[in-house]
Structure formats: structure tokens, C-alpha cells
Design a protein around this ligand. Structure first.
Ligand code: NAD
Length: 504
């Protein structure tokens, strides 16, 4: 009997690019300390393609020893005249050169992100690599603009009073797996723009673009030791970095639970700490919203990157008068989303990062059903060895349910209704969360937009759209974090302010 050979799937990117990405993943199995790639000494950690569950590489499992060497390299580089005396314009030039290299290798980096993290190639290209380039270019503008103030002094005498922003020293950058390249490039370029040196600890579940970026940092010509990378588990490499006495600053993005641990661990020597943590962001849709834009906006706000987005709009509030129509359009949109490996053309939603994350999300879906919410769509997993979950929408959600209160970090939307509530009442319902990262409003009424923008207790409020603007500060109220990334604040977070008074 003859068998028809399976048709090869149409790829979202060039096959040669995928080969280059695979070769990079196989090559990048070491730590970067100073300008040397240093092999690991412990049992390596396997790297899986979440779309197939197959191993595609391995990384070194670093611990206290590698962290200590990397921090020493960072300190030596920080104190070296090459870095201390480097003109601000030269730091700017190096950062712009790095952005250029990221742009030149954009397809390869996106393909690495797709294989390592699972996100669809077009999203990895636009949001992952595109954001990384924007962030680096934006931060490259700061070395020459990080000015202090000249301050009128009122104490008796003749004084000149002014402030300066001095780099903190060695910065530990600890990043999550959900948007590894964009987050790493943003933190790294802000730290370098401020004049710090860094030790990067990528997420063990998606470490590869961070390592490839480090290669490009060397190629760009940054002095040895300005950027060091130690891969490994959070409890080993991450914890050693947080407790290292010669680290001046921790810039962490990840879960609220780990953020709390880091804050406790860094208390004994009062390290400067920025925390970008979890969220449970509300989306409010008024009846006057442009539904043709709002439906895909809301859908991709929770299904984009399979819901593994800190600022995902996971709690939807719909006005009674549009509730049914909106949901029928949303269900239609979700049904049209192709779920599959991010390397394949037409795929809009890739897998979750790991079997553990899929089990966690499925556990939340079960709890939603147990607590009485109704599934509008999804709630299941496609038949595949990869870690996929179908786009899921729960209606009849109540504010006391776990699916409404807790961050799921998966493609699960909960829907609640509102009537002719005042902005105060509606904002209070949206604010009923321990988190406060982002909030979204869809309306064509400027009064609603301003009233809610003022009352929503979250670090960002976006009306009629979403997206990351690197010139605007980003961060959380309440348990969504401490401090801000992006904008002037994002670079100043890597500095200490000094006040100077000179009498004459
Ligand atoms: P996680 O907290 O498990 O891990 C994040 C990083 O911390 C990883 O590199 C991990 O190895 C490391 N780590 C773990 N334990 C550590 C410890 N004890 N000491 C030092 N480092 C340690 O988070 P995750 O699962 O990788 O990422 C998902 C979470 O990240 C979600 O909660 C999401 O909301 C959040 N997140 C927030 C933002 C934001 O900007 N606010 C952005 C992306 C993701």
C-alpha cells in the first residue's frame, strides 16, 4: 500500500533562517564572563521547543561561583577608565551600533525566539525584535541627555547648587521567559545608557535570544565585562545574583512571588530594586466604542502571545447593551485564530511555554467551571505534543472567582457586565485587584476616557488601543511592582542622584 507523504507545512519564515536559528541555539550553551564564553560545570539544563516538546539545545547551569566571577568582571569593567572616561556620545554610538546589529539579524533573532519561546514568527519579528530595536534606539538617546538640575540655593552665603545622575555600578538584570528579547534589550540598553555594567540572568525556559544578544553586544564593541551573562535556574543563579554583596542594583521582571522573595533577600544590604511583576488588567468596553476595532483589540489583548503577557487584558467589562453582540463577534474572532507552531504561516497563537504552564492554565479553567462560570469558547487543548491551549472565554464571571482574581498567564478571558454605572463605580470594580499594571478603555466619548484614566489605579491606561511606547514610563501600582521602566525614569532607575553645593 502506498502512503501519501505528509505535506510540509508552509513556513512563516525562510527555511535558511530557521537553520541559522537552530545553529545559534546549539552553539549558545555557555556563560559570558568578561569577554570569554565559559562552559558550565554542572549538568546542563535542556532547552525545549514548546511547540513540539522536543529538546533543541541546552544551557549551562550556573551557580554562586559563576555569578561571583561575572559580578567581579562587571565591577572591573565598571571601574576601568575605558568605561568611566568614555564620552557619553561614545556610549550612544555603541548602543546605536547594537541596535543596527539587532536589525541586521532580525529574522534570525525572531526565529530563535519562535523556537525557544513559541511565539508566532511574525509576532516575534514585530513585537520581540521590533520592540528590542526601538528600546535600544530610544535608550541610546539618554547618555547625552541624562542631565541634572541647577537649583536655586537659599541658605546664607554664595552657592551654586546642582544635581547629577551617577551610574549605580553593577546591575543585575533578571528576566522572564514571556518576551525575553524585548525585555532583555530594554533593561540592558537602559542600564548601559546610565553608565552601569550588567550581569544578565536569562529565564531558564527561554534563554536563547538573551545569549545571542550578548554575542551582538561583543560585536558592537562594548568593552569586555560591561555585559556578562550567567544562565541557570532562578533558585541557583538568580538567588546567588540577588544576594551577591557587590551587586548595586537589581532590575527584575517576573512573577510577584519571586519579586517578593527578591525584595526580602536584597533588604539586608539595601540594594536598589526595580520590580516589574504580574497583572490582572481590566478592559472596559462602552457601547459607543468602535466595535470593529475593539473586538480584535480585546481578543489580541488576551490571546496575543497566548496570554503570557504581564499587561494582558484578562478581565473584560462589557456594557449590557453590547454584551451579546460583542461576545458573538469575539467568539467568531477566537474561532478564526489558528493555533499551532509559531514557525508555520498563518498561525496566530503559539503554545504556552511549558507543560507546567499548560497544566497551571488548565487548572484555572477547571476552577472557573467549578466556581460556576460558563465557557463561551475554548477551555480545551488541541491534540498535539506541544503545550497548546485554545483561546478561552468565560462569561458569567464573578469578582470572587479565582479566574477573576489571580493571574493565569494564559489565553483565558473572563467577562463581567456593567450597566449605566458612574465612572467611579466602574473604576472601583476594575480596581478590585491586588494588581495594577495596565487598564484599557474602549469608547468614543472623551468624558468617559478622561474620567476613567483619572480613576483607574494602574501604571498605564490605554484608550482605544494598546502597544508599548518606550518614551512613556511603564510599571505597576500595588503588587504589580515597584519603579518604572521606559522614559527618563527607566534610565534614572540605574542611577543615584547626587546633590552638590559649591560655595564661593
Ligand atoms: P519567575 O518569577 O518565575 O521568573 C523570572 C526570572 O526570575 C527567571 O529568570 C527566573 O529564573 C528568576 N528567578 C526565579 N526565582 C528566583 C529567585 N529566587 N531569585 C532570583 N531570581 C529568580 O517569572 P516567569 O514565570 O519567568 O514570568 C512570568 C511572570 O512575569 C508573570 O507573573 C508576568 O506577569 C511577569 N511579567 C511581568 C512583566 C512586567 O513588565 N510587569 C513583564 C513580563 C512578565
Amino acid at each position: 500500500m502506498t502512503q501519501t507523504p505528509p505535506t510540509a507545512p508552509v513556513l512563516a519564515c525562510d527555511a535558511a533562517v530557521l537553520d541559522t536559528a537552530r545553529a545559534a541555539i546549539a552553539r549558545l550553551d555557555s556563560h559570558l564572563i568578561g569577554s570569554e564564553w565559559v562552559a558550565g560545570r554542572a549538568e546542563p539544563i535542556p532547552v525545549l521547543d514548546p511547540a513540539t516538546a522536543a529538546q533543541i539545545g541546552e544551557i549551562a547551569a550556573g551557580g554562586a561561583d559563576e555569578i561571583d566571577r561575572a559580578v567581579r568582571a562587571g565591577r572591573a569593567a565598571f571601574e576601568a577608565p575605558t568605561w568611566q572616561a568614555m564620552p557619553a556620545a561614545e556610549r550612544e554610538r555603541l548602543l546605536l551600533r547594537l541596535a543596527e546589529l539587532v536589525e541586521r539579524h532580525a529574522d534570525e533573532l525572531a526565529a530563535i525566539e519562535t523556537l525557544d519561546n513559541g511565539m508566532p514568527f511574525p509576532a516575534a519579528r514585530a513585537m520581540g525584535v521590533g520592540s528590542a530595536i526601538s528600546a535600544i534606539r530610544y535608550n541610546a538617546g539618554w547618555p547625552r541627555r541624562l542631565t541634572g538640575e541647577s537649583v536655586p540655593v537659599s541658605v546664607p552665603g554664595q552657592w551654586h547648587g546642582y544635581t547629577t545622575h551617577e551610574p549605580l555600578g553593577v546591575a543585575a538584570l533578571i528576566v522572564p521567559w514571556n518576551a525575553p528579547l524585548a525585555i532583555t534589550a530594554n533593561k540592558l540598553s537602559a542600564a548601559l545608557a546610565a553608565g552601569c555594567t550588567v550581569v544578565l540572568k536569562p529565564a531558564e525556559l527561554a534563554p536563547m535570544t538573551g545569549l545571542r544578544l550578548a554575542e551582538l553586544v561583543l560585536e558592537a564593541g562594548f568593552p569586555a565585562g560591561t555585559v556578562n551573562v550567567v544562565t541557570g535556574l532562578g533558585a541557583a543563579a538568580g538567588a546567588a545574583l540577588v544576594s551577591h554583596p557587590d551587586v548595586d542594583k537589581i532590575s527584575f521582571t517576573g512573577s510577584t512571588a519571586t519579586g517578593q522573595t527578591i525584595l526580602r533577600q536584597s533588604a539586608h544590604d539595601l540594594k536598589r530594586v526595580s520590580l516589574e511583576l504580574g497583572g490582572k488588567s481590566a478592559t472596559i468596553v462602552y457601547p459607543d466604542a468602535d466595535l470593529a476595532r475593539a473586538v480584535p483589540g480585546v481578543a489580541m489583548g488576551i490571546f496575543g502571545n497566548s496570554g503570557q503577557v504581564c499587561a494582558a487584558g484578562s478581565r473584560l467589562f462589557l456594557h449590557d447593551s453590547i454584551h451579546d453582540e460583542f461576545l458573538s463577534r469575539l467568539a467568531g474572532f477566537a474561532a478564526g485564530l489558528k493555533v499551532g507552531p509559531g514557525t508555520q504561516a498563518g498561525v496566530a497563537m503559539g503554545p504556552l511555554i511549558s507543560a507546567g504552564q499548560r497544566a497551571r492554565v488548565m487548572g484555572y479553567i477547571e476552577s472557573g467551571l467549578d466556581e460556576g462560570a460558563t465557557l463561551l469558547t475554548g477551555g480545551d487543548t488541541p491534540d498535539s505534543p506541544g503545550f497548546f491551549v485554545n483561546p478561552t472565554v468565560f462569561v458569567d464571571a464573578r469578582p470572587d472567582m479565582r479566574i477573576v482574581r489571580e493571574e493565569i498567564f494564559g489565553p483565558v478571558l473572563t467577562v463581567q457586565r456593567f450597566g449605566d454605572d458612574s465612572p467611579e463605580v466602574l473604576a472601583a470594580r476594575a480596581n478590585d485587584s491586588v494588581y495594577g499594571l495596565s487598564a484599557y478603555v474602549w469608547t468614543s466619548n472623551l468624558g468617559n476616557a478622561h474620567a476613567l484614566a483619572r480613576r483607574l489605579r494602574s501604571g498605564s491606561v490605554k484608550v482605544n488601543g494598546s502597544g508599548m511606547e518606550f518614551a512613556l514610563p511603564f510599571g505597576g501600582f500595588r503588587q504589580s511592582g515597584i519603579g518604572r521602566e521606559n522614559g527618563r525614569m527607566g534610565v534614572e532607575a540605574f542611577t543615584e542622584t547626587k546633590s552638590v553645593m559649591i560655595g564661593w
